[in-house]
Write a protein that binds this ligand. Structure first.
Ligand code: NAI
Length: 340
């Protein structure tokens, strides 16, 4: 069994407060879908990150305006704008980290899987260009359904002969951010000291918070634990309903993706002990793609820390997640191979 060390609490803290300037290394980052609800605040947070030297913004619309606006901010990152398919290859040239929030979000009543038909093709096409132009970059996929879009990108990279599963991530950081917030609220804790890993996938029952692994240790009566778990699983829907047709989580998602990107940059700078949960290829038969705590290093996943010691309740949640995950992964892979 593996223990989540207190060092990880550091990576659970706010992205804006813990920039460590030691061992700083410059980073070139591209955002694909940069004009959207997530893309704009994410680009703002990246522009504010002192590690980012070049910030390339790509979208099918509106990037010149977003880039002009951000470029007036007095921070180091040089902002460039790229629009339309023809410019995509220029946007990702030399990128070390590519963040993808391109695609349509949910409206009330929709599941993440309902987005598949539109978003699968978008991720496939973006991944194809990344595989050709910046195959060594860390590819961070935010576009839903993440459970399927990560297998889609992975199959594209395989077709292009450049697949490295250590560098393709489904961004599930928002599930961890939400868990930390809700647990801190419930227990009256300082949220900056709370870290609760979330494993599985990124939709409904596939989201499995490991409350038994929380730092500091917390426990809840069974009924309260069940309520909290279901709230974490459905937190995205809480936002979709509150926005009443205006989209899904954008600001909290931007915060979460900026934090994940910052952790990658720290790890790429050679900082040790950087751990984040993300949805990656795990290689296990029944959980081929699975989110777990990952030790990050200069080349992406340095070590998959696995599930550690989960309790019976969490074990049942994982069991509930697996059939849904398997079918989401299959759907993604079939999408790429339908014409084989
Ligand atoms: P949005 O509609 O506000 O923005 C999407 C942007 O993507 C738009 O600017 C659009 O022009 C652009 N786009 C569309 N097709 C494109 C293409 N082929 N190339 C480049 N850009 C393209 O949507 P929002 O709210 O920013 O959400 C984006 C995605 O993120 C959705 O799929 C949503 O479900 C997902 N999401 C994921 C979360 C996670 O935890 N991983 C959390 C919240 C949302």
């Amino acid at each position: 069994s593996r223990i989540i060390s207190p060092r990880n609490v550091k990576s659970a803290q706010g992205v804006l407060r813990h920039f460590s300037l030691s061992a700083q290394r410059d980073a070139r980052v591209a955002v694909l879908g940069a004009s959207g609800g997530i893309g704009q605040p994410l680009s703002l947070l990246l522009k504010e990150n002192p590690r980012v030297t070049e910030l390339a913004l790509y979208d099918v619309v509106n990037t010149p305006g977003v880039a002009a606006d951000l470029s007036h901010i007095s921070t180091k990152a040089k902002v460039t704008a790229f629009s339309g398919e023809k410019e995509l290859k220029h946007a990702v040239k030399d990128a070390e980290i590519v963040l993808i929030p391109a695609g349509v979000p949910r409206k009330p009543g929709m599941t993440r899987d309902d987005l598949f038909n539109t978003n699968a093709g978008i991720v496939r096409d973006l991944a194809k260009v990344c595989a050709k132009i910046c195959p060594d970059a860390m590819l961070c996929i935010i576009t839903n359904p993440v459970n399927s879009t990560v297998p889609i990108a992975s199959e594209v990279y395989k077709q292009e002969g450049v697949y490295n599963h250590k560098k393709i991530f489904g961004v599930t950081t928002l599930d961890v951010v939400r868990s930390n917030t809700f647990i801190a609220e419930a227990k009256g804790l300082d949220v900056n000291q709370v870290y609760c890993p979330v494993v599985g996938g990124h939709s409904g029952v596939t989201i499995v918070p490991l409350i038994s692994q929380c730092t500091p240790p917390v426990s809840f009566p069974a009924e309260e634990r069940e309520k909290l778990t279901r709230r974490i699983q459905n937190a995205g829907t809480e936002v979709v309903e509150a926005k009443a047709g205006g989209g899904s989580a954008t600001l909290s998602m931007a915060y979460a993706a900026a934090r994940f990107a910052n952790s990658l940059m720290e790890a790429m700078s050679g900082e040790s002990g950087i751990v984040e949960c993300a949805y990656v290829f795990s290689g296990d038969a029944d959980t081929k793609y699975f989110s777990t705590p990952l030790l990050l290093g200069p080349n992406g996943v340095a070590k998959n820390l696995g599930l550690s010691q989960i309790n019976e309740y969490e074990h049942d949640l994982v069991k509930e997640a697996i059939p849904e995950l398997e079918s989401n992964v299959q759907k993604g892979e079939d999408f790429i191979h339908k014409d084989d």
